[in-house]
Design a binder for this molecule. Structure first.
Ligand SMILES: NC(=O)C1=CN([C@@H]2O[C@H](COP(=O)(O)OP(=O)(O)OC[C@H]3O[C@@H](n4cnc5c(N)ncnc54)[C@H](OP(=O)(O)O)[C@@H]3O)[C@@H](O)[C@H]2O)C=CC1
Ligand SMILES: O=C(O)CCC(=O)C(=O)O
Length: 428
């Protein structure tokens, strides 16, 4: 018998602030401004569904290891729930609950017909073989086969996952249900129904919203500099596309450290280096090493946190020098930093607006899958930019109307849409 050991991954020790509390504190402010009725408030403050699954996986050495996974569906009043799957050692239920709620708000801000969900597995994919990750992904899919579905809940990539994992998920779901279901998941490889433009969509949306914000602030991109934290899917594409608009990217970072070049980092070269070195910038010589904590407070005009939650807090917000923060990551700013940032007059394009380009193109992918048709890359880029610019203008106008920061304005736009839909649909 192959089973030699059975054990469960220990829960990680979490020393970050709680993203769920940060999400709730902004939700509460926006709900109060809107005068949200108590019943809708009570429906929205907690997720519709929280599923915890144990996934036994045969590791390459023959041992069976049990991974803990989650899928939280926050709300489905606007449509089937949508949201990525994260593979990371820091995944925990409160984080997934916050991320799921942010998906509800994000889809409402960009006005696409989805609710919000998120999933994750506590694991370190960098220490697993492709075969182990595949078996874990298939086990997760099987465990959640009654939750997922093209009209129910549609996963996508997030940190630690990408087209490869989405392909396994689609395959396992299709085999389990006996029908090929490309629309059950987005972010798939192109050959099996992925959309042109999805891989870079989130970074592109970050660029689009950064340029829109710079226009409002009277900043010239070609005379502006930026620092980008996180050099994965979102960070590297945001850096590349901002660079193409003339912004000088002076600093970038990943888990291996932070890298600075006063004259501007050659982003294409840095991406090529990363791709040739196991996905990491470690050892990159086109820039000098710097303290990763200092990257966020460095002398740049634009700051793009594109890694994890709660990196901008009450402890470093006072020292931030950027005039504009564009949140590529979900939840990079703790609620504890909001007052400091607002007092300093820094404009923040909040996560639920700035990184919504990813789910917008995921929506396009789902539409194409359902039509059995493919759009050109140009059409995807043009339509996504239009949606993001419209959403930016709506949030900006709301911030002016209520005299609130862009983040609270985005929550107001989102909660208002959801609350109005509840009024029409009723049913509770
Ligand atoms: N992918 C998408 O379409 C979307 C992603 N997002 C959000 O964007 C963020 C990044 O996601 P994504 O780019 O997909 O994830 P990836 O896994 O592709 O990249 C994450 C990047 O962040 C780095 N990183 C992790 N921790 C730190 C840290 N403490 N300091 C500096 N860098 C760090 C990683 O480094 P290393 O690789 O060396 O570990 C990696 O470069 C997440 O918050 C995600 O939820 C939001 C919308 C859509
Ligand atoms: O593309 C999607 O459907 C969701 C992406 C996501 O997880 C996010 O926007 O945080």
């Amino acid at each position: 018998m192959a089973v030699t050991t059975v054990y469960k991954e220990p829960a990680p020790i979490v020393d970050r602030e709680n993203p769920l509390e940060s999400m709730m504190s902004r939700f509460n402010i926006a709900a109060e401004i809107l005068g949200l009725d108590e019943s809708t408030y009570n429906v929205l403050k907690a997720p519709d569904k929280q599923v915890i699954v144990n996934i036994p996986v045969t590791m390459d050495n023959g041992q069976i290891r049990v991974f803990e996974g989650y899928r939280v569906v926050h709300n489905t009043i606007l449509g089937p729930s949508k949201g990525g799957i994260r593979y990371d050692m820091h995944v925990h239920l409160d984080e997934v609950k916050a991320l799921a709620a942010w998906m509800t708000w994000k889809c409402a801000v960009v006005d696409i017909p989805y609710g919000g969900a998120k999933g994750g597995i506590i694991c370190d994919p960098t220490k697993m073989s492709a075969g182990e990750i595949e078996r874990m992904t298939r086990g997760y899919t099987l465990a959640l086969k009654d939750v997922f579905g093209p009209d129910r809940d549609i996963p996508a990539p997030d940190m630690g996952t990408g087209p490869r994992e989405m392909a396994w998920l689609m395959d396992e779901f299709s085999k389990t249900t006996g029908a090929t279901s490309p629309a059950v998941v987005t972010g798939k490889p192109l050959v099996m129904g992925g959309s042109l433009g999805r891989v870079e969509a989130t970074g592109r949306g970050v660029m689009v919203s950064a340029i829109a914000a710079m226009k409002k602030l009277g900043m010239d991109p070609t005379k502006s500099s930026a620092a980008v934290q996180g050099f994965g899917n979102v960070g590297s594409w945001a850096a590349k596309l901002l660079c193409e608009k003339g912004v000088k990217i002076k600093g970038v970072s990943d888990i291996s450290g932070a890298y600075w070049n006063e004259e501007g980092i050659n982003i294409d070269e840095a991406i090529a280096y990363k791709n040739a070195h196991n996905g990491r910038l470690e050892g990159y010589t086109g820039a000098t090493s710097m303290d990763p904590d200092e990257l966020l407070t460095s002398a740049v005009d634009v700051l793009v946190p594109a890694a994890v939650e709660d990196v901008i807090t009450e402890h470093n917000a006072e020292r931030i020098q950027a005039k504009l923060i564009v949140e590529g990551a979900n939840g990079p700013t703790s609620a504890s930093a909001d007052d400091i940032i607002n007092r300093k007059g820094i404009m923040v394009v909040p996560d639920i607006l700035a990184n919504s380009g990813g789910v917008t193109v995921s929506y396009f992918e789902w539409v194409q899958n359902r039509l059995g048709y493919k759009w050109s890359e140009g059409m995807v880029i043009e339509r996504a930019a239009r949606i993001m610019n419209d959403a930016f203008e709506k949030v900006y106008a709301t911030s002016q109307k209520y005299k609130v920061p862009m983040r609270i304005a985005a929550y107001i736009v989102a909660i208002d849409k959801v609350a109005q839909t509840y009024k029409f649909r009723g049913g509770y």
